[in-house]
Design a protein around this ligand. Structure first.
Ligand code: GDP
Ligand code: ZN
Length: 314
């Protein structure tokens, strides 16, 4: 997927007029306030008209200046993609917009859970973004534990996902990560503590200056962790840093859609005995058979089944 520019407007907004304002990109938002980058690079603190949808980092908007550093967002342009997750009350909350790559950061410490990794990968597949798996803190792995981890993660490489080992201590893999991010708008996700902020620091040596000036504009604290922030990378590409989470849950989707979140299932879809097979325990299921024959990872199928039952739970 490329980062196509769309000029269409979000479905529930009236079409934009030239008088609606100038184009900009949302770098961060907090409550009613969004930080918008104008086309000339200026950063403006904007409020959003009540009638408009909430903006998120990565949104393309139209805005009008109300004073030299302040303005009002007058239109939110249609999103190519949006990564969402349910909040505590199960309402769908967008996290980042117009991304074409999701970088899932894991680390040997804190130990990660394959279920969560798979949920992120499914989220990426379902919105049509390319997933990349980054194992950070590679400096903490001795030769044996690295080989073991590589072996366990091989299943992801086999189905075509990029897998990188990185370290912000030894700079292992950082050059490859730069390459991977260069031509994309990516969102960095993962559990807190895996080293996302450290990776961003390593990727953006001038970050301190920028966060300093951003926090002046926003009045938001320097270390406000609830805000997702979009950064331009020095070699090209944009990176959205999402706040660390303890867990990541998927927005509910029917099994018929969920099956597309597991890309290795695709060759078998449509081959089950029942056309509405959920691939859980039905007889004549092509996917269960493929897993028994070693074509599909049993662990991935197990995580899929867990997701099906969590999605159908009340
Ligand atoms: P975040 O919560 O994902 O943003 O994680 P941080 O960047 O705050 O890092 C969490 C802890 O891991 C900090 O103590 C970092 O110094 C440490 N850390 C980050 N990257 C690495 C790494 O590559 N190797 C090692 N050994 N520690 C790291
Ligand atoms: Zn089936």
């Amino acid at each position: 997927m490329g980062s196509r520019r769309k000029s269409a407007i979000a479905a529930n907004s009236p079409p934009p007029k030239a008088t609606d304002g100038q184009p900009g990109q949302v770098l961060a938002h907090h409550g009613q306030t969004s930080l918008v980058e104008a086309e000339n690079g200026d950063i403006v603190r904007c409020s959003t008209r009540r009638s408009l949808p909430r903006t998120v980092s990565g949104d393309r908007v139209l805005w009008q200046a109300s004073s030299p550093r302040e303005g009002v967002i007058t239109a939110v342009l249609e999103r190519d993609t949006v990564l969402s997750r349910p909040d505590q009350n199960n309402r769908v909350r967008p996290v980042a917009a117009n991304i074409d790559q999701i970088v899932v950061v894991i680390a040997s410490k804190p130990s990660f859970e394959y279920g969560m990794l798979d949920r992120y990968l499914v989220a990426a597949e379902l919105i049509g973004a390319q997933p990349v798996i980054v194992v950070n803190k590679s400096d903490m792995l001795d030769h044996d534990s690295r080989s073991k981890l590589e072996e366990r993660l091989q299943v992801y490489q086999r189905i075509g996902y990029a897998l990188l080992f990185t370290s912000t201590r030894s700079t292992d893999g950082l050059r490859d990560l730069h390459q991977q991010l260069k031509t994309h708008t990516s969102v960095l996700v993962g559990q807190s503590g895996v080293g996302k902020s450290s990776l961003i620091q390593s990727l953006l040596p001038e970050l301190d200056i920028r966060t300093g000036s951003l926090s002046q504009v926003t009045g938001l604290g320097r270390h406000t962790t609830t805000v997702a922030m979009l950064y331009h990378l020095p070699d090209g590409g944009d990176l959205i840093d999402s706040p660390g989470v303890r867990d990541f849950n998927l927005v509910k989707v029917p099994a018929a859609e969920l099956e597309h979140g597991f890309r290795e299932f695709r060759p078998y879809l449509g081959q089950c005995r029942f056309h509405n097979c959920r691939h859980v325990s039905e007889p004549g299921c092509a996917i269960q058979t493929a897993a028994r024959e070693g074509q599909i990872s049993e662990r991935r199928l197990e995580n899929y089944c867990k997701l099906v039952s969590s999605m159908t739970a009340p």
